[in-house]
Design a protein around this ligand. Structure first.
Ligand code: ASP
Length: 419
């Protein structure tokens, strides 16, 4: 049995008819079979489905139907552009759209169960269109990820059940064709659709690569590879050619958004390299993660997290902040889902740089206010520089109002706001 090529195409790579043609072109560059092609919802369709969920959850069904109408039109227009004789495909897509409409009338056990039912249709529709288009020239089979990726029933953030998943994937992947599968989704033991968390289809790529013992996983992006900073934020960014798994995990931890943190772990376990390549320039080198001990080139990495808040807690009686305070604070954070990105304590003060979630933070503050004097600085940002040099630090922090700084030999972090 030959090992399959595993490719993942995200929403930006399948956002319109032209980009679907481009995906088919890339696939034709690789006559190797079998191949597994993981696809996300087209363009911004997951956001559009989330709007449907929003209207459904507030019982504004007319607005939900209107939004489904927009989603319907978006896909139909792409199909009309791609196919001379689209009728069969149009009726398949119509069926999926009908299923979404039907979902609005159903009773679900929870908001999250309803969310997964509605939202996972984005990937189903995208893959139907893409499989049909690739199939015009290349032997292709559409596969239902709900029969392949088995999960628990934690809707919206389901956990993969690896043994069943590996068994299903190994037995169902067609060895002589291009298998088009949905990213991001799975199904619970009772067969209900689940999702793995937003941006989860890179992780689906890793799940397939792991279960099939693939030689590599390739994620196709709209950037030339992994850069040492987001070019929209930092100047003179450079492409990283090779990066060890551990460094990739660290960068994902600090917030490098190009890789989903969970994606690296299964690949690292089996030593399967991850290629990040440009779908605009598919024959260019890209970035390879794994299989090396050091990055090339060895450059500093810049990561900026916005939408942060700096929470400062002081004991009311000026008692020292000790372990039991910290343990109670962290327990509350875990229970409420507060994400801590940096922490520092002094004798009587604990400071946390946290994601500023407007739903969670106020209730956390309400719980803490009896035991501590609180100060919350909203609208701060967190800059992390890994492998820093003095000049990088000076350049990037110029003009910032730094509220907190933390440093190890490899990493320096600044919590700041702008004047
Ligand atoms: N379509 C899903 C999302 O937009 C999953 C993904 O694209 O990775 O979050």
């Amino acid at each position: 049995m030959s090992t399959p090529l595993v490719f993942k195409f995200g929403g930006a790579s399948v956002k319109d008819a032209e980009s679907v043609r481009n995906v088919a072109k890339i696939i034709r560059l690789f006559p190797h079979r079998p191949m597994v092609v993981i696809v996300s919802a087209m363009g911004k369709m997951t956001n559009a489905f989330e709007e449907v969920v929003g209207h459904w959850s507030t019982n504004d069904l007319a607005l939900a139907r209107e939004k489904i109408g927009t989603i319907h039109q978006f896909h139909f227009a792409i199909i009309e552009e791609l196919f001379d004789d689209p009728n069969e495909l149009l009726s398949e897509i119509q069926e999926l759209i009908d299923q979404v409409q039907y979902g609005l009338e159903q009773t679900f056990l929870s908001y999250s169960e309803g969310y997964d039912y509605i939202v996972h249709h984005g990937e189903l529709i995208a893959t139907k269109i893409i499989a049909a288009y690739i199939g015009k020239e290349t032997p292709t089979v559409w596969q239902d990820t709900r029969l392949l990726v088995h999960t628990d029933d934690q809707f919206r953030r389901a956990t993969v059940r690896w043994e069943e998943t590996a068994r299903a994937i190994k037995s169902r992947i067609n060895q002589s064709k291009v298998n088009v599968v949905q990213g991001f989704i799975g199904a619970s033991t009772s067969g209900k659709p689940t999702t793995l968390g937003r941006e989860g289809s890179d992780y689906t790529g890793a799940v397939f690569a792991y279960c099939l013992n693939a030689d590599s996983l390739t994620i196709w992006k709209d950037v030339p590879g992994m850069l040492n900073g987001d070019p929209k934020i930092f100047q003179n960014t450079r492409k990283i050619d090779r990066l060890p798994f551990n460094e990739a995990i660290e960068l994902a931890f600090y917030g490098a958004s190009i890789i989903h943190p969970k994606t690296i772990q299964p690949l690292k376990k089996k030593g399967i390299p991850l290629h990040i390549k440009s779908f605009i320039n598919p024959t260019a080198e890209g970035t390879t993660i794994g299989g090396v001990d050091r990055a090339t080139p060895e450059v500093p990495n810049f990561i900026l997290k916005k939408n942060q808040a700096l929470l400062q807690l002081k004991t009311k009686d000026l008692a020292f902040i000790v372990e039991h305070h910290l343990s109670a604070i962290y327990q509350l954070f875990v229970d409420q889902g507060v994400v801590v990105n940096l922490m520092r304590n002094t004798a009587t003060k604990a400071m946390f740089c946290i994601n500023h979630d407007p739903f969670i933070v106020p209730s956390v503050l309400a719980e803490l206010t009896d035991s501590f004097d609180l100060e919350l600085v909203p609208e701060v940002e967190l800059l992390t520089i890994r492998n820093y040099q003095k000049e990088d630090e000076l350049r990037e922090t110029k003009g910032l109002n730094i509220l907190l700084e933390q440093r190890t030999p490899e990493v320096v972090q600044f919590v700041f706001n702008r004047f």
